[in-house]
Design a binder for this molecule. Structure first.
Ligand code: SF4
Length: 245
């Protein structure tokens, strides 16, 4: 079995997207090749020496790479707490470690909870390989003007077609400097696959050099997307308002 480079495992409230408010166990993988201007998990972008697991009895530290069995044991222990909705796989970018995820998810699914994957989705081969083990996909569409990489849209067309049979929703983070033409292109891509896929416009949370968008811009973007998509929402990062991870 392939070990995984993890940053943390903890139980908290989902604060983004259409599942905002549900309790989840978060498994945050470390490592990410992107450089989003609004990144709120900078510490998880590099592979770290150990993973912190916040358990009810106190923190447990696991040396990286963590075996799928060890990660699944702690994850399932947290997932067994009453009221847990699902297990969230996040990062960093989880798809940088598809072999670990394939082994880990086989074990994590034994708890009977849905698996929720948060990803940029640009590694289409990695996504395809683990998709049978995933129930919900939160697809973070990265605008090149905020995240770099100028040829992401052909890959997103493929990603949307691969993931459309799952409980899929899309999220686009907007900060000052976002190119509205890119937003429009992303909306058209989603609509071409299925106009019923929900879209969440998420204003970036101010931190460091990240400047949030003008609120009027959010309304303008929602108005721009509404003729093409059936379900468009503006939702900020709610967990951060509560001071939760
Ligand atoms: S993809 Fe996620 S972890 Fe990577 S830089 Fe962007 S926001 Fe940060």
């Amino acid at each position: 079995m392939t070990g995984g480079w993890l940053y943390e495992i903890f139980r908290s409230v989902q604060g983004e997207g259409i599942y905002t408010g549900v309790m989840q166990v978060f498994v945050r993988l470390s490592g990410c090749g992107f450089s989003c201007s609004y990144c709120d998990t900078e510490a998880a972008k590099k592979r770290v020496e150990s993973c912190i697991c916040r358990m009810p009895g106190g923190a447990v530290e696991l040396e990286n790479p963590v075996s799928p069995e060890a990660a699944a044991t702690l994850t399932l222990s947290l997932a067994a707490m009453p009221g847990t909705h699902s297990i969230s796989i996040t990062g960093g970018e989880p798809l940088e470690q598809p072999e670990f995820l394939a082994d880990f998810l086989e074990l994590a699914r034994r708890g009977g909870l849905p698996i929720y994957l948060e990803t940029s989705g640009l590694d289409t081969a990695g996504l395809e390989s683990i998709l049978p083990l995933v129930d919900i996909v939160s697809l973070d569409i990265k605008l090149p003007s905020l995240c770099g990489g100028d040829s992401v849209f052909p890959a997103y067309r493929e990603t949307l077609n691969i993931a459309v049979d799952k409980a899929l929703f899309c999220k686009i983070v907007i900060a000052a400097g976002a190119d509205l033409k890119e937003f429009k292109e992303a909306v058209k891509l989603i609509a071409a696959v299925d106009a019923g896929i929900p879209l969440v416009i998420q204003p970036a949370t101010p931190a460091g050099a990240c400047i949030p968008p003008d609120p009027q811009v959010l309304l303008d973007l929602a108005a721009l997307a509404a003729p093409l998509l059936e379900d468009v929402r503006i939702i900020p990062q709610c967990h951060l308002m509560l001071g939760l991870p």
